[in-house]
Design a protein around this ligand. Structure first.
Ligand SMILES: [Zn+2]
Length: 394
């Protein structure tokens, strides 16, 4: 194995000198191993609150908590980084209150890392009466019907109050199925908004701002966006505007084009991707970080993720089935409860959703950790994957 390749300003000293870490960049990436065949890589992403081993799946905690799961449980499942939604948190309870509670970390009592989105995506997808102009995204608050403008500056100001380890730029989001001049307009605007976000960030020593590559399914536009955004010295990059109902071939082509042109020494976050097969393929295409509401959302409908697909707990066939959801799963739900119990519970109690959510989060977190099998027991699963370059799915 080649010696680990260290990137970033302060990797050598960071583990021994926490005060120095604060004085320098709030992020560094240490590439532990790279696959000789695919573009997969295993990295240590060193963030202000802890080190994240990538590839990593990040669960979504909409309003400072994951629906159906507590912060302690999330910690016990080995989650090193989770998401907070700026739109929801910015509306209620509001950035001022959260800032008083020492940011979202203090408010949630979460000691590990947090990533906050810009709020733009929620606005465009949840609020019917939203309008995008050069200034920002205008919308009517669903709480009090007041007109609100979410500008790049406003988004960063809220995220500065939340104090997340990684902040996302406000981008002009268009659905991946949209074609024509709107895609080009959104791409150029996203570049301009990135510059405004960079200028607005008051916590450069503590919070990392990620750029979001746009350009729809148009290779030329995406390449142009990559060329422009990688000129900026931001700590990391996200691949945005995908996973919105486009053909898989188009999706994978845009992902690989993006990872081909993103700097090797910075983290790559593929937004909104969480289906098992997509995780496996996109790790091989060189992505490091993923998020998706699917595992927690689907749990609330009684759907448990298993290696052979999904298991519908409320289905009649499980009424007398005393096996756990997945006999090979080590999560607290599978260790303690049977399908029959969850089936009965689902009819009368929201606790069933809670148990399934725990299982689904464990499944996703472990998915990026042990989907590969290799021979050398002295290495972690992720390192083995990279060395073997086989990517054999268990
Ligand atoms: Zn389980």
């Amino acid at each position: 194995m080649a010696a680990p390749i260290e990137c970033g300003a302060n990797t050598e000293t960071i583990e021994n000198n926490m005060s120095l870490k604060k004085a320098l960049s709030p992020l560094s990436l240490r590439i532990v191993a790279e696959c000789p065949v695919t573009k997969a890589r295993a990295c240590d992403l060193i963030l202000p609150h802890s080190t994240v081993s990538t590839p990593v799946f990040m669960p979504v905690g909409t309003q400072g908590t994951l629906k159906g799961i507590t912060v302690d449980q999330l910690e016990d499942l080995g989650c090193q980084i989770c998401l907070g939604n700026t739109y929801h948190l910015g509306m209620r309870p509001g950035p001022d209150l959260i800032e008083k509670a020492n940011g979202l970390h203090g408010f949630m009592n979460w000691k590990r890392n947090l990533l906050t989105d810009s709020g733009g995506f929620q606005m465009v997808s949840l609020v019917e009466l939203s309008e995008v102009t050069e200034e920002g995204v205008k919308f009517r608050s669903p709480y009090d019907c007041k007109e609100i403008l979410l500008s790049p500056e406003k988004s960063i100001s809220i995220q500065n109050s939340l104090g997340s380890d990684i902040m996302m730029q406000l981008d002009d989001v268009v659905s991946s199925t949209v074609t024509g001049p709107r895609v080009e307009e959104a791409m150029h605007r996203s570049v301009r908004w990135l510059d405004r976000c960079i200028a607005a960030n008051k916590n450069r020593d503590k919070q990392n701002l990620f750029a979001i590559i746009q350009g729809g399914l148009n290779a030329e536009l995406r390449k142009a966006c990559l060329d422009e955004m990688t000129k900026r010295d931001v700590p990391g990059f996200a691949i945005g505007g995908l996973s919105g109902g486009e053909e898989k071939d188009d999706f994978w082509r845009m992902v690989t084009l993006s990872t081909d042109h993103l700097p090797r020494e910075k983290p790559r976050y593929l937004m909104g991707v969480g289906y098992a097969v997509d995780l496996v393929v996109c790790v091989a295409l060189g992505c490091d970080m993923f998020d998706c509401v699917f595992p927690t959302r689907t749990a609330r409908f009684g759907s448990a993720l298993v290696p052979w697909g999904t298991l519908q707990v409320k289905h009649k066939q499980y009424a007398k089935d005393f096996k756990p959801i997945d006999p090979d799963c080590q999560c607290p739900t599978c260790k303690k409860h049977s399908r029959a119990y969850l089936h009965a519970l689902f009819k009368s109690d929201t606790a069933a959703m809670h148990h399934i959510t725990i299982h689904n989060i464990a499944y996703q977190v472990n998915k990026t950790d042990c989907i590969y099998v290799s021979a050398d027991p002295s290495l972690s699963n992720k390192q083995q994957m990279i060395i073997s370059g086989k990517g054999e799915v268990r």
